[in-house]
Every structure is written in structure tokens, then in C-alpha cells.
Write a protein that binds this ligand. Structure first.
Ligand SMILES: NC(=O)C1=CN([C@@H]2O[C@H](COP(=O)(O)OP(=O)(O)OC[C@H]3O[C@@H](n4cnc5c(N)ncnc54)[C@H](O)[C@@H]3O)[C@@H](O)[C@H]2O)C=CC1
Ligand SMILES: O=C(O)[C@H]1O[C@H](OP(=O)(O)OP(=O)(O)OC[C@H]2O[C@@H](n3ccc(=O)[nH]c3=O)[C@H](O)[C@@H]2O)[C@H](O)[C@@H](O)[C@@H]1O
Length: 440
């Protein structure tokens, strides 16, 4: 099939590459010329495991092409995917300007029937808005607008896309339904379902999924805080409840608040939709408050340990990305923590396997950047663990002990066992568990 993907960010690039991988010819368009130039040379502008290999293979096979020329891409395609940003506006609602502007451009370009598929996360009613914009210039038989929300996770995006738990498609057109059904067949061969529904329900499904997961994490963060006060161990509680098949094991890990480009903005946008409909969605309100609070938990622990006197202290920070296996730092808890440390007059040397360049673009020389995970430890009063990259899980403990000025670790992701930290003689303060070699 012939596909155009408008927007080559995390979602657009993965979508385009995976559709090319299943034999389609994909023309990817972006307004960012530097990104397109890079992609044309086969260079992947983001760190996403497995993506570069697929990208290069499909470039070689000429199944994926890149351009800044929207018209050229549309003319060569029957299905047009929109993978454009939907950032929060000032009032918290998803800003639809990118989507609606492109819809307007499309209304000038389209000359024969196209299926326009919205992959961005958009509020209920957006498919109708897009159709309304297109319909100002185009006859109704020239297009169908479909909602096809994306559920991939960064860091495991290729796998999530190629083997989705489910595909959700919102359309009221039989013609578009048939096209989408054919397109997705290679991705549902293991019996994972395609759910067809109306556009509004499909758009709602995406927000409800993300907000539910954010709520689950927030619930566990609250549980963790209570465990600390009561002497229970949240990791054991997590295992204890996760084996109940009604609850399930995944997305129960407490930490220092959810981040990333989606959970924060999507909870906010669904909350805004509720407000618009004069519905007081109390749970969402609480989820946002809990997350804001949780992002401060690690710094609170640090402040208490140093009795509010942080001036001149030096910290080493492991992990900057909002989660492992990505270079994405959008709404990452690390950013807030760095700001708090600097505001308190302390210094920080950071290390992350992939996200250093993105952090440098924000903080410049206000902080130090370590060559590897151990060099920053030399002068550090404490080590802070912020992202649970695999390489932090089983480090060279001997080197860690030798390098760290003080044997103090604050762990926002519970990567070490309490026994190990006890054995090594560390003061170890993690989330929802007792403090090792110190008092709760
Ligand atoms: N990042 C993720 O893991 C997921 C994101 N989503 C949703 O997908 C949408 C896109 O998200 P990301 O890919 O993360 O965004 P992104 O910011 O990484 O990528 C968006 C791309 O669109 C391009 N762009 C902006 N205006 C354009 C225009 N007029 N024509 C062509 N290209 C244009 C930008 O230059 C950028 O490359 C959002 O609605 C997001 O909520 C959904 C599932 C997962
Ligand atoms: O709409 C989106 O953009 C995507 O948002 C999330 O994916 P993503 O943000 O890439 O990453 P997650 O793995 O969901 O993690 C989000 C945040 O929650 C935190 N988290 C996750 C799981 C957990 O148990 N505990 C926890 O604190 C992570 O550290 C991270 O900060 C969803 O999981 C995807 O299904 C969705 O497509």
C-alpha cells in the first residue's frame, strides 16, 4: 500500500518504518529540514532500540523515503497518517493547531480519494473537526478521516508497533475500514485483535488508557509513601498484589513520579475535556496532585538527610531520561531534581547513556557531565539514582564503594536490594522501603 506519514517524531518515524518493514511504500514528511536531511542519510535522529537497523534496511530497499514537500508525499500516497504534536495549551487542552493546519494544507492538495488517519493523541471530536476543515474545500467522497491511536512505549516502540496488544480503529466508513483492516493484517497474525469502533470512542480509548496507567502508578506511589511510614516494604506489597490476575503485575512500580511526553499531558487533557463537559473528574485531579508531589519525594529525602543545609554539597546523578532505553527527557523527573539541587546551592555531575546531549541543551555548563557512570562519583557526597537503566542495576560495586566520597545513595527507582546495600555499608534511602544504615 502507498502511505504518507506527516511528522517524523517518535511516533511518525516508528510508524513509517514499521509500515515499510511490512512491504508498504512510505513517504515521510516533516517541516524540520535538518531532521529530514539526517534521515535521508539513514541517520536516526532519536535513540530508539532496533529502529536504526529497520530504518536503514527500508531506506536501502527504497520502501521509506523522506521529504519536506507535503504535496509530493501526498500525491504518491493513498493513506495519510498524521503523527503531529498535540502539546498542552495554556488551559491544559490538547493544542490542535498542528493537526488542523495540516488538514487545511491537505484540503488544497488532495485530488483523489485518500484515507486520512490520525495517529496523534487527540480529544474526542477531533476526527469531526479534521473532516470539517477538509470538507470546506473537498467533496465528501474524496476523503475519510479515521482515528487510530498509538499505544507504543518509547524504548520498546518497534516491538510495541510490530506486535501490538490491540489495534484500535475509529471509523464510520466501510471503505476506510477495509483499507485499515488490510494494512494492519501483518501486525495481528498472532490473534491480537483489531477493534473497530466509532471515532469518538477510539479517541477516548487512548486518553483513558494513558490516564488509567498514570493513576495506577500514582496509586502505587501513594502506597509507597505509606509503606515508609508503617514499616512495610512496597516491593513486597507490589508482588503481593500483582499476582492477583485481576490486578496484574505491570505498571505497579513506584518511583519519583511519571514523566515523558504523554502521561502528564494526556491526564491534563482528559481533565480538561471533563471540565469542558462540566464533569468533575476527581480521580484525575488527584492523580496530577499526587504526581507533582512524588516528583519532590527524592529531594525531600536529600534535604532531610542534610538537615536542609545543601550549600556546597556535590551530587552524582545516574539517569536523566524519563525512563530507560530512550534519550527523551520531556517532563523527566531528573530536570526538576537538577533545578532543586542548583537552587539549594549544591552541585551535580550527571550521567545518562543516551540523554546527555538533550540535557546539555537545557542546562549547559550549570552542571557537570560525566564521561561514564563512575567518574562523577569521585567528589560526590551522595549518588542519586533517577532512571533505572540496566547498567545501573548491577554496577561494579567495588568501584562504586572506592570512588564515592561518602557511602550515601538515594535511589528513586529501587534498583538495589536492601540486603546488598546493607552488606556494602551504604546509607541507602529508596522509595517505599526502610532506610538501610539510617533511620526512617
Ligand atoms: N512519544 C510517544 O511515545 C507517543 C506519542 N503519541 C502521540 O503522538 C503524537 C506525536 O508525538 P511524538 O511523535 O512524540 O512527537 P514529536 O514531537 O517527537 O514529533 C512530531 C514531529 O512533527 C513534526 N511537525 C510539526 N509540524 C509539522 C508539519 N506541519 N508538517 C510536518 N511535520 C510537522 C515535528 O517537526 C516533529 O518532527 C502526539 O499526539 C503524542 O501524544 C502517541 C503514542 C506514543
Ligand atoms: O501515549 C504515549 O505516548 C505512550 O505513553 C506511555 O508510554 P511512555 O510514556 O513511552 O512510557 P511508559 O513506559 O508508559 O512510562 C511513562 C512514565 O511512567 C513511569 N512508570 C512506568 C511504569 C511504572 O510501573 N512506574 C512508573 O513510574 C516511567 O518511569 C515513566 O516516567 C504508554 O505506556 C504508552 O502505551 C503510550 O503509547
Amino acid at each position: 500500500m502507498k502511505i504518507a506519514v506527516v511528522g517524523t517524531g517518535y511516533v511518525g518515524l516508528v510508524t513509517g518504518t514499521c509500515f515499510a518493514e511490512t512491504g508498504n511504500v512510505v513517504n515521510c514528511v516533516d517541516v524540520n529540514k535538518a531532521k529530514i536531511d539526517q534521515l535521508k542519510k539513514g541517520k536516526c535522529p532519536i535513540y530508539e532500540p532496533g529502529l536504526d537497523v529497520l530504518l536503514q534496511r527500508n531506506i536501502k530497499e527504497k520502501r521509506i523515503l523522506f521529504t519536506t514537500d507535503l504535496k509530493a508525499a501526498i500525491d504518491k500516497s493513498d493513506i495519510i497518517f498524521l503523527a503531529l504534536p498535540t502539546p498542552p495549551g495554556e488551559d491544559g487542552s490538547a493544542d490542535l493547531k498542528y493537526i488542523l493546519n495540516v488538514a487545511e494544507d491537505l484540503s488544497e492538495i488532495i485530488k483523489e480519494y485518500k484515507v486520512i488517519v490520525n495517529k496523534s493523541t487527540v480529544p474526542v471530536g477531533t476526527a469531526e473537526k479534521v473532516a470539517e476543515v477538509l470538507g470546506r474545500k473537498l467533496a465528501p467522497e474524496l476523503f475519510d478521516v479515521v482515528s487510530n491511536p498509538e499505544f507504543l512505549r518509547e524504548g520498546i516502540a518497534v516491538d510495541d508497533f510490530l506486535k501490538p496488544d490491540r489495534v484500535v480503529i475509529g471509523t464510520s466508513s466501510d471503505r476506510a475500514r477495509d483499507v485499515m483492516n488490510e494494512l494492519y493484517q501483518p501486525f495481528v497474525r498472532q490473534g491480537n485483535p483489531i477493534y473497530f469502533m466509532d471515532e469518538r470512542s477510539s479517541e477516548m480509548t487512548k486518553y483513558v488508557a494513558n490516564s488509567y496507567l498514570a493513576m495506577r502508578i500514582s496509586y502505587m506511589n501513594e502506597v509507597a509513601n505509606l509503606c515508609e511510614l508503617t514499616g512495610a516494604n512496597v516491593d513486597l506489597v507490589r508482588i503481593g498484589i500483582g499476582s492477583d490476575s485481576r490486578i496484574g503485575k505491570r505498571f505497579l512500580f513506584p518511583g519519583i513520579g511519571y514523566g515523558g511526553s504523554c502521561f502528564p499531558k494526556d491526564v491534563l487533557a482528559l481533565h480538561h475535556t471533563s471540565k469542558q463537559n462540566k464533569y468533575d473528574f476527581k480521580l484525575l485531579d488527584t492523580v496530577m496532585k499526587v504526581n507533582k508531589n512524588q516528583k519532590k519525594v527524592l529531594f525531600g529525602k536529600i534535604k532531610r538527610f542534610y538537615k536542609n543545609s545543601l550549600k556546597g554539597k556535590k551530587f552524582a546523578m545516574w539517569g536523566l531520561a524519563f525512563k530507560p532505553e530512550t534519550d527523551d527527557i520531556r517532563d523527566a523527573p531528573a530536570l526538576e531534581l537538577i533545578n532543586e539541587i542548583l537552587n539549594a546551592g549544591a552541585e551535580v555531575t550527571v550521567f545518562d547513556p543516551e540523554a546527555m546531549a538533550n540535557v546539555k541543551a537545557i542546562f549547559g555548563n550549570k552542571i557537570k557531565y560525566a564521561r561514564d557512570q563512575y567518574t562523577g562519583l569521585k567528589e560526590a557526597d551522595a549518588l542519586l539514582i533517577v532512571t533505572e537503566w540496566s547498567e545501573f542495576r548491577n554496577p561494579d560495586f567495588e568501584r562504586m564503594v572506592k570512588n564515592l566520597k561518602s557511602k550515601v545513595v538515594f535511589d528513586g527507582r529501587n534498583v538495589y536490594s536492601l540486603e546488598k546495600m546493607e552488606e556494602l555499608g551504604f546509607y541507602y534511602n529508596s522509595i517505599g522501603r526502610k532506610i538501610v544504615n539510617g533511620k526512617n
